[in-house]
Design a protein around this ligand. Structure first.
Ligand SMILES: Cc1cc2nc3c(=O)[nH]c(=O)nc-3n(C[C@H](O)[C@H](O)[C@H](O)COP(=O)(O)O)c2cc1C
Length: 355
């Protein structure tokens, strides 16, 4: 079971496992320092990590981000991710459902997530090219219904599309279609990037379009210029590699979006690799954090147990970071501004007047 879209997605999975896909230069988490609280007031076991995503309770504010679907390989990955999401009580997204719109026989490669994780928030997924069409609302409703999703994520992957040999260069009616989707699809709308970040100005537009969640998916983790560059040759490859350092680092994206939006919730993702990074993202203003590539790498190494170990470690590190900053709850960490900015992050924040 494979169409062109599924084949491309398998290539993406294989290439995403390469170490060179992580751009450490664009990961600015080291420039954010959490304020250490030396006098213990709470134990890590008292820290409350619980939250609520798309109307469903979660045990930790960590999201297994959109990765895959559309092939047998994807089905296996999705099944393991879903089992872990259910065990740990965290939200989970599926990868772009474009493949199942093109070939209905692929639905079960996504639906397996709902089957294995019946109680956690599940996020459907479509790309900007699949909503830049007259069928935008129809496509959006179809992908939500197919997997009984609790939310719908639309990914904005402009740079990736431009670097992809088969990518789109025009996105007609994108904004007005987002508005229609937010009005006509009856689950909350998440709008996300895929690794190049979201500015404050764009966040304002997305909020006005009706986005309930904005996932900054900034630079510093999975890098699509590397992935698409590796899939191409000649000039196209050179061009892709020249865009390796393009984008808004995740820590900056969170600060930008926090300053500009009024009611939407923020998901901080892109290069979050530890529970300490997660705590920093929350302290900067994120309500939730997400990761994608680490789950794929853990699955490749140790299957379901690898995913379990990763979640266990990240949750424990987040818990410890919260106790060490004297934060009893996710909301307390988010609102108390117990961080110091240094280096380029501070320069950016000052120049953009977003502190
Ligand atoms: C192999 C792979 C496939 C992905 N496919 C999708 C996708 O189909 N839809 C989407 O919204 N994001 C997709 N993403 C992006 C992630 O959801 C996430 O936004 C981004 O990778 C940043 O997180 P990370 O640095 O932790 O990987 C994919 C990421 C990876 C690694």
């Amino acid at each position: 079971m494979q169409n062109e879209t599924s084949k491309r997605k398998i290539e993406h999975i294989e290439l995403a496992l390469l170490e060179s896909v992580e751009r450490k230069e664009m990961n600015w988490f080291d420039e954010v320092i959490l304020l250490h609280h030396a006098l213990p007031d709470i134990s890590p076991d008292e820290v409350d990590l619980s939250s609520n995503f798309a109307g469903k309770p979660v045990k930790a504010p960590i999201i297994i981000e959109a990765i895959t679907g559309g092939s047998d390989l994807s089905k296996g990955i999705n099944e393991a991710l879903a089992i872990a999401a259910s065990e740990f009580g965290v939200a989970i997204g599926v990868g772009s459902q474009r493949a199942m719109l093109e070939d209905k026989s692929l639905i079960d490669t996504y639906k397996i997530v709902r089957e294995r994780a019946p109680d956690v928030p599940l996020i459907a997924n479509l790309g900007m090219s699949h909503i830049s069409t007259e069928k935008a609302v129809e496509n959006a409703k179809a992908v939500v219904e197919a997997i009984e999703a609790d939310a719908l994520a639309i990914h904005l992957n402009f740079l990736q599309e431009l670097l992809q040999p088969e990518g789109c260069r025009e996105f007609p009616e994108l904004f007005s279609n987002l508005v229609d989707i937010s009005r006509e699809v009856d689950v909350p709308l998440v709008v996300k990037e895929v690794g190049n970040g979201i500015s404050g100005e764009v966040a304002t537009l997305l909020e006005s379009a009706g986005a309930s969640y904005i996932d900054v998916a900034g630079a510093g983790g999975t890098n699509w210029a590397v992935i698409e560059g590796s899939r191409s040759g000649g000039l196209r490859r050179d061009t892709a590699y020249n865009f390796i350092n393009w984008g808004i680092p995740t820590v900056i994206g969170i600060i930008e979006v926090r300053k500009h939006i009024k009611r939407a919730k923020i998901i901080g993702s892109g290069g979050i690799r530890t529970g300490i990074d997660a705590a920093k993202a929350i302290a900067l203003g994120a309500h939730f954090v997400g990761a994608a590539r680490p789950f794929l790498v853990s699955f490749k190494r140790e299957g379901l147990d690898g995913i379990r170990s990763l979640l266990k470690r990240m949750i424990e590190e987040l818990r410890l970071s919260m106790a060490l900053t004297n934060s009893r709850s996710v909301e307390e960490l988010r609102l108390s501004r117990r961080f110091v900015l240094t280096g380029r992050t501070l320069e950016w924040a000052l120049q953009r007047n977003i502190l």
